[in-house]
Write a protein that binds this ligand. Structure first.
Ligand code: F3S
Length: 410
């Protein structure tokens, strides 16, 4: 693997201990994946921020990197933490956990990393453009960046993303190269659904087919005429969760789709496949559920506006978390959405989410529109799940039955 003189100097320790450690991590990865060289990156997003996942060993690693003089040299933001950094007590977070989570955030801040904790960095100013090499770690954001933005990122681990932040480099393999981005199988979508819920089910149906094909297939998707940002973030999260995919091409929508011909191998996605995907994501009923959450991936301001509209003048009957990035919440404050939402009894859970917060054992069943949240609620937190369209999730928080509000559904 060829290194420039500056990269070799980093490896030799001439830029300090933390940068040396970072370059050691990157060169080790480069050797494993047979990269020819390092590539400069313009943007980094670091996962492994929740103390629930990091534990003391992770906190110690971050503290050592900060004490070793580590400084981010490119725009770098964080994935969600284990709690709302300001409002953790209202979410029932243990004070000892909160103290440790604060130490994690402080270590990142000492390294010059922007402590906006979100899985949708592209909504809050960390927005790479087409063709840029980046090093992001959150799987849904990586899939969105490669596919919807046309930027280039492997799915980094926490340490390798931090290493990219401190050196401004990543090893040139995988999604950084044209070969790995070529579509290998065409999916013809025969149903015309809409909403984040439908796109989540579509991501599950296609993702599970990809998993069955093995050897890192790349989907070329036809038959989806339009998709909003919110629908594509839901689809990206689901495809990454159920298919392990870092990229897809969607005809007429994603920027690299036009560079390729649809692969000959073709799979049809029928209405029955989508119904099966939706059905498999619910194992309880909304009336039995005791926890409701929207914002996996983190909500856009348009989604928060819709929640505020639905909750205005009403009271929720269940614990309802609205998860988003702090800069997005600040827009909600400015627009009056926060007042309407909090007056209903719903809670903002900013900087965090229903998966990375330490809430195992607190609830029985989660209601959500997110296929990804269903997967982790079941596997990490052992919750049952109820998978509903976006508006229906809000109605579930209000304790309202679908049959009582037919006019709302029309
Ligand atoms: Fe984001 Fe948490 Fe979902 S990190 S993608 S809201 S599991």
């Amino acid at each position: 693997m060829k290194l420039t003189a500056e990269e070799q100097a980093m490896l030799d320790g001439k830029h300090g201990r933390a940068t040396q450690k970072a370059m050691q991590i990157l060169t080790a990865l480069g050797m494993i994946y047979e990269a020819d060289c390092m590539l400069p990156v313009t943007s980094v997003q670091i996962a492994g921020v929740s103390y629930d996942n990091l534990g003391d060993a992770g906190l110690q690693f971050l503290s050592e990197m900060a004490e070793g003089g580590g400084k981010a040299c490119v725009l770098t933001t964080l994935n969600p933490a284990g709690m709302d950094i300001e409002n953790w007590a209202a979410l029932g977070i243990d004070p000892e956990f909160a103290a440790n989570q604060r130490r994690v955030i402080e270590a990142f801040a000492r390294m010059g990393i922007i402590t906006t904790c979100t899985c949708t960095p592209y909504l809050t100013g960390n927005l790479p453009h087409y063709g840029e090499h980046i090093a992001w770690a959150e799987s849904s954001a990586v899939c969105y960046a490669n596919s919807v933005l046309g930027a280039r990122s492997n799915r980094e681990g926490g340490p390798s993303a931090l290493a990219a932040a401190l050196t401004g480099r990543t090893a040139g393999y995988g999604m950084h190269l044209d070969e790995a981005r070529q579509p290998t199988v065409t999916f013809n979508v025969m149903d015309r659904g809409q909403g984040t819920h439908w796109f989540g089910a579509l991501g599950k149906a296609i993702g599970e087919r990809l998993q069955a094909l093995g050897s890192r297939p790349v989907a070329f998707i036809r038959g989806v005429p339009v998709a909003s940002l919110e629908q594509l973030k839901s689809f990206s999260a689901s495809l990454a969760t159920y298919g392990g995919a870092a990229i897809f091409h969607m005809e007429g929508i994603s920027p690299e789709a036009g560079l390729h011909r649809p692969p000959q191998e073709t799979i049809s996605v029928q209405m029955a496949d989508l119904e099966a995907a939706q059905g498999s994501l619910s194992d309880s009923s909304a009336s039995q559920a005791d926890f409701v959450s929207l914002g996996c991936p983190h909500l856009s301001i348009q989604e928060i506006a819709r929640i505020a509209e639905l909750l205005e003048g009403r009271q929720v009957t269940k614990e309802f978390w609205i998860t988003t990035a702090r800069p997005t919440k600040q827009i909600a404050d400015q627009m009056g959405y926060t007042v309407a939402i909090e007056a209903s009894g719903a809670k903002f859970a900013v900087d965090t989410c229903c998966v990375v917060a330490p809430i195992k054992g607190r609830f029985q069943a989660l209601v959500t529109d997110s296929a990804k949240a269903c997967y982790y609620a079941a596997s990490k937190n052992r919750f049952q799940t109820v998978f509903l369209p976006f508006d229906e999730v809000v109605y579930a928080a209000l304790g309202e039955q679908a049959a009582l509000r037919n006019e709302d559904l029309q």
